[in-house]
Ligand binder design. Structure first.
Ligand SMILES: NC(=O)c1ccc[n+]([C@@H]2O[C@H](COP(=O)([O-])OP(=O)(O)OC[C@H]3O[C@@H](n4cnc5c(N)ncnc54)[C@H](OP(=O)(O)O)[C@@H]3O)[C@@H](O)[C@H]2O)c1
Length: 294
C-alpha cells in the first residue's frame, strides 16, 4: 500500500515516520515544502501526481492562542485545505485518515466525552478543527477521524518538553490544576493509525469518527508531577516545589476546556487497541531524549 503522510515534521508526523515504513516501506512523507496547504490550488494537482492509496493527514494549524488573532489562517489549514484533500479522496476513492481534537468540546461536561456528544468549541482552533471534520464527512470520502488530546512526544514542542526544560532551570513551578484531560503519547497515536491502515488493507476497517487519547484523566498539575517523578528517577533536574494554581492565575488568549476527558472505548472495541498508556509514554520519551540514537 502506498501511504502518503502529510505533516512530516510535526510531533505525529515524526512518530509516524518512526514506525510506518517498517510495515509499509512505500510510505511517503511530505512536509510543507512538498505541499503547502495554504496553496489550495496545488492540492489536487500534487495529489494527482503522487496517486497514493491512502492519505494520513498529520498536519494542522495547532497554535491555539495565535488562532484567536489568526482566524483566517486557522480555518485555511484546518478546514479549507482539509476539505480539498477530502474532495480529492472522494473523487479518487482514496481513504483519508485524519486527526482532530478535544477542543471541539466546550469542556463543561462531567463524564468522559463520547463520539455522539454534541461539539461546541469555545475557541477559534477548536471551531476550525470541527469545520475540518465536517468538510471530510460532507466530501463523501472513506474516512477515519481520530479526536485526540494533550499530545506529547520526544519531538517538537509540547507540555512534557516544556516541563523538562523549566524543571531544569527553576526551583519552583506553578501549574494549573483545574483543567483535566487525557495525555496522549504521539507514538501510541501513530500506532493507532497503523492499526487502522492494516484494517484498511485487510478490508475490515470500521470507518467513522473515534476518540483516541490517554487511558486516564489528570490535571496539568498531576501530569507535570508524573513527569517530574519519572524525570527524577532518570537523574534529570526537577524543581523543588511544584504548586497547583487555578486557571485564572494563568490567563491565555484562547479559553481552555476545564474538562477534556475523551472516552477511547469505541476505538478499542472497533480496532482492538487500548487507549494510550501515557505513563509508559513518559518513560519512552525520557529514554528517547536521553539516548537520541536508540
Ligand atoms: N498537540 C496537541 O496537544 C494536540 C491535541 C489534540 C489534537 N491534536 C491534533 O493532532 C494532530 C497532530 O498534531 P501535532 O501535535 O503533531 O502538531 P504539530 O507538531 O504542530 O505539527 C503540525 C504539522 O502541520 C504542518 N503544517 C501546518 N501548516 C501547514 C501548511 N500550511 N502546509 C503544510 N503543512 C502544514 C506543520 O508543518 P511545519 O513543520 O512546516 O510547521 C507540522 O508538520 C493535529 O491534527 C492536531 O490538531 C494535537
Amino acid at each position: 500500500m502506498n501511504i502518503l503522510v502529510l505533516g512530516r515534521h510535526g510531533q505525529l508526523g515524526q512518530s509516524l515516520e518512526d514506525i510506518l515504513p517498517k510495515t509499509y516501506p512505500n510510505s511517503i512523507f511530505w512536509d510543507r515544502q512538498s505541499l503547502d496547504l495554504q496553496q489550495f490550488d496545488d492540492i489536487e494537482h500534487q495529489l494527482t501526481a503522487q496517486r497514493p492509496d491512502v492519505i494520513v493527514n498529520a498536519t494542522a494549524y495547532t497554535a491555539v492562542d495565535q488562532a484567536e488573532s489568526n482566524k483566517k489562517l486557522a480555518f485555511a489549514v484546518n478546514q479549507h485545505a482539509v476539505g480539498r484533500v477530502a474532495d480529492y479522496c472522494a473523487k479518487n476513492d482514496v481513504p483519508l485518515l485524519h486527526v482532530s481534537t478535544d477542543y471541539v468540546f466546550d469542556g463543561l461536561g462531567q463524564q468522559p466525552y463520547v463520539e455522539t456528544d454534541e461539539p461546541n468549541p469555545s475557541g477559534i482552533y477548536g471551531a476550525s478543527k470541527l469545520a475540518g471534520e465536517r468538510a471530510i464527512a460532507d466530501s463523501g470520502c472513506w474516512y477515519v477521524i481520530l479526536r485526540t488530546a494533550w499530545v506529547f512526544s520526544e519531538y517538537g514542542q509540547n507540555f512534557l518538553k516544556t516541563m523538562l526544560r523549566l524543571g531544569s532551570e527553576r526551583d519552583s513551578l506553578a501549574i494549573v490544576s483545574d483543567q483535566v484531560g487525557c495525555p496522549t503519547y504521539a507514538g501510541d497515536l501513530a500506532f493507532a493509525l497503523l492499526t487502522i491502515l492494516k484494517s484498511i488493507e485487510n478490508g475490515t476497517c470500521s470507518w467513522g469518527l473515534y476518540h483516541y487519547a490517554g487511558d486516564s484523566a489528570v490535571s496539568w498539575y498531576e501530569f507535570a508531577s508524573a513527569i517530574f517523578a519519572q524525570a527524577k528517577d532518570a537523574g534529570l533536574g526537577v524543581p523543588e516545589h511544584v504548586t497547583a494554581i487555578a486557571t485564572e492565575e494563568y490567563p491565555t488568549p484562547a479559553p481552555r476546556p476545564a474538562w477534556s476527558v475523551l472516552d477511547s472505548s469505541l476505538f478499542t472495541s472497533a480496532f482492538g487497541q487500548a487507549a494510550s498508556d501515557w505513563q509508559r509514554g513518559i518513560k519512552t520519551c525520557l529514554r528517547a531524549l536521553n539516548h537520541p540514537s536508540q
